[in-house]
Design a protein around this ligand. Structure first.
Ligand code: URA
Length: 198
């Protein structure tokens, strides 16, 4: 972890951070993964989404949230006029995960794996410099807030690395629990009004 902290702190920009992560060999997950999944969208976007870890399609393509859950994520944010391909930073998203490598069989990452990669996440947030974070699901909340219980946390603004952070249900959870989309819609509207300064 000390090495992760030193490597992350020494990265002057996102490209260097990506390289530092690619060269970090203490996390076992790296061995089983095809690709490092660093980020997608626009650095400089006002909103940065932090998910859990890559799944199969993300591992294959080297991009976060490009499978089924990712398509739902795109639809959700599209409904408030935001997207990862938007050229305007006001409308753009920047997307990453707590873990850059796919855990075998999509198992939950262990607390040790999360702790090891956390310095990279902290540096990633500092370099991307968003106004707001969205924490997608329990693993992201566990890692960044030290708390689980997304049903209670969602929709309530928190502070992470000194920035406002909104926990939301993970889109993979919404695919399994469609009635919860109602709460996510209200969370998206909450984010939208915060973006508009209301
Ligand atoms: N779920 C996540 O949390 N992140 C991804 O990139 C894909 C699925």
């Amino acid at each position: 972890m000390a090495e992760a902290r030193a490597l992350a702190a020494a990265a002057p920009d996102l490209a260097a951070l990506r390289e530092a992560m690619a060269g970090y060999s203490h996390c076992e997950l790296k061995k089983g993964a095809r690709n490092l999944v660093f980020a997608d969208g626009q650095p400089g976007a006002r909103v940065m989404i932090v998910g859990e870890a890559p799944g199969r399609e993300e591992d294959q393509r080297g991009l976060p949230f490009v499978g089924r859950a990712g398509r739902l994520l795109d639809l959700m944010f599209g409904a408030i006029g935001m997207g990862r391909a938007a050229p305007d930073v006001e409308k753009a998203l920047y997307i990453t995960n707590i873990l850059p490598w796919r855990p075998p069989q999509n198992r939950d990452p262990s607390p040790e794996e999360i702790a090891m990669m956390l310095p990279f996440v902290e540096r990633h947030v500092a370099l991307a410099d968003p106004d707001f974070l969205v924490l997608m699901g329990n693993i992201s909340c566990q890692a960044l807030l030290g708390r689980k219980g997304i049903t209670r946390l969602r929709g309530n603004w928190q502070t992470v690395f000194g920035r406002p952070a909104l926990p939301m249900f993970h889109p993979a959870f919404l695919l399994r629990n469609p009635p919860c989309k109602r709460e996510s819609w209200s969370d998206l509207l909450l984010l939208q009004s915060r973006l508009e300064g209301k």
